[in-house]
Design a protein around this ligand. Structure first.
Ligand code: PMP
Length: 364
């Protein structure tokens, strides 16, 4: 370990959730429901499945290192140029590419407390320093983040909208005010992993903002509403020069050919995303009403998950596991009294709520 630089040794590893099979073996039970990683309970578009089958036929060939077809589909959909798109191995890759391209040892990057756990990791692995800015009501305090970015002479700011794990949402007006006030030499990664879940009245066109803000990077993913988390496909839009820098530090074949083909098909299937949204909206009402009925505080969420406050969160998490439901402890987000549950199918949400009721009953 001493061979690694001190800033690598100081990294606290990302703790991914365990898969169902491992937990079932550990606990000696079957039929576990996983509501822990904000995955799409509907799976993915059948058109994406068909495209994957087709792509297998050419699996002996390297993928298109430039991702022409997928970029082209994104270009058509979002009205940007080809040289404004970067593709990645999940949107985590986007966060790392931005950090690798623009940060070095000693640089500073700003993010909000309770913001996505990969920001500090991406910053630390290049020897830069993260500045965590206290949140307001579990959401980003953009005024404080602006001040922190300027005072620390930060190179990069990460903003998640909606945020994970809290589900909070920043209005486009607030985001624009922040972008206009920020010195243009500070880059902003606007992480919109949950963008497709936004209700109609909250939608905004951050891609159109690229014209006004050459320092803006908009990051999106196929892991959430498109249901392709296992394939690992993400993308980002930015100014052509910014994108050029990110492409220089990208692995040549970072998105495999099956993933590229599936993503093109998934993007075209708007009906699937609409169904996903409808299910999520109903499920969110079901879960939040259930939490309220149990007397639990929760943070109103704009994503496909919700964080709720519960005494003895670690023990409750374990008990829910034994009762066959995996949720996500978020103590690593400085929220030790909270758990996060992803919105599932109606029956899965029901199973979660009844397990939670049982776990709470045992407490008294
Ligand atoms: N950003 C946010 C806010 C997320 O919650 C996630 C997934 N947990 C990601 C990015 C990364 O997802 P992926 O790499 O699967 O695109």
């Amino acid at each position: 370990a001493e061979l690694a630089p001190p800033y690598i040794r100081a990294i606290a590893p990302y703790q991914p959730g365990k898969p169902i099979s491992e937990l079932e073996r550990e606990l000696g039970i079957t039929g576990i429901v996983k509501l822990a990683s904000n995955e799409n309970p509907l799976g993915c578009s059948p058109k994406a499945v068909a495209a994957m089958h087709e792509a297998i036929k050419t699996i002996a060939l390297y993928p298109d290192g430039n991702g022409f077809e997928l970029k082209d589909a994104l270009v058509q959909r979002y009205g940007v140029a080809h040289n404004q798109v970067v593709l990645g191995n999940g949107s985590n890759d986007m966060l790392e590419l931005a950090a690798r391209a623009f940060l070095t040892v000693g640089d500073k990057a700003v993010y909000s407390a309770h913001a996505f756990a990969v920001y500090p990791l991406a910053v630390q692995e290049v020897g830069a320093t993260g500045v965590s800015v206290p949140a307001v009501d579990f959401g980003h305090d953009l005024k404080a983040m602006l001040k922190a970015a300027v005072e620390n002479k930060a190179k990069l700011v990460f903003i998640a909208n909606p945020n994970n794990p809290t589900g909070t949402f920043l209005s486009p007006a607030d985001l624009l005010e922040f972008l206009r006030a920020l010195p243009p030499q500070i880059l902003v990664v606007l992480d919109e992993a949950y963008n497709e879940y936004l209700p109609e009245e909250c939608r905004y066109d951050s891609v159109a903002w690229l014209k006004e803000f050459p320092n803006l990077i908009v990051s999106r993913t196929f892991s959430k509403a498109y249901g392709l988390a296992g394939l690992r496909v993400g993308y980002a839009f930015g100014n052509a020069q910014v994108v050029d820098m990110m492409n220089r530090v990208r692995q040549p074949f970072n998105v495999n050919s099956i993933a590229q083909a599936a993503a093109v098909a998934a993007l075209a299937d708007e009906d699937f995303v609409r169904k996903t949204n409808e299910l999520n909206r109903r499920g969110m009402v079901q879960v939040t009403e259930g939490l309220a009925k149990l007397g639990l505080e929760y943070i109103p969420s704009f994503g496909n998950f919700v964080a709720f406050r519960i005494g003895g969160a670690t023990a409750r998490y374990r008990r829910l596991l034994e009762l066959g439901v995996i949720v996500r402890p978020i103590s690593n987000y400085d929220m030790p009294d909270w758990l996060r549950v992803s919105i599932g199918l109606e029956t899965e949400n029901e199973k979660f709520l009844s397990a939670l009721k049982q776990a709470l009953g045992e407490q008294e």
